[in-house]
Design a protein. Sequence first.
Length: 130
Amino acid sequence: MKPALLLITLLWAMPSLAPATESAAPAETRLPDALSDAERADMVTAANAYSECLITEATRHDDEPDPRVIADAAMGACDERLQALGSLLTALRLDPGYAEGFRRQTRDRAARSLLGLIMQVQGQKQLAPQ
């Protein structure tokens, strides 16, 4: 039993015999101030496309009485646009922390705006003479 234990210990301690492979150096990340005006415009366009999609999708669920259900349905339908924004931020090589924060802020701001709009429309419907 001792020779087997010795062999395992020696194999464990040996450096890998496989040739070292060079991994590609990760691309440098950029901060927002390093973006061109066109790249910033692309970010704003993608964020606006998500917000517009939410409003369009919310109008398709106009008969739903619960604003949260309308917002959830719209956000689910527009998730592809939000993913496209995330892909754009990745393609621009933005710092991952900044990119995630921008994506999350875009989502949260659009959702808050959407809920306010839905509640306003539903309030007007209730006040309208029938």
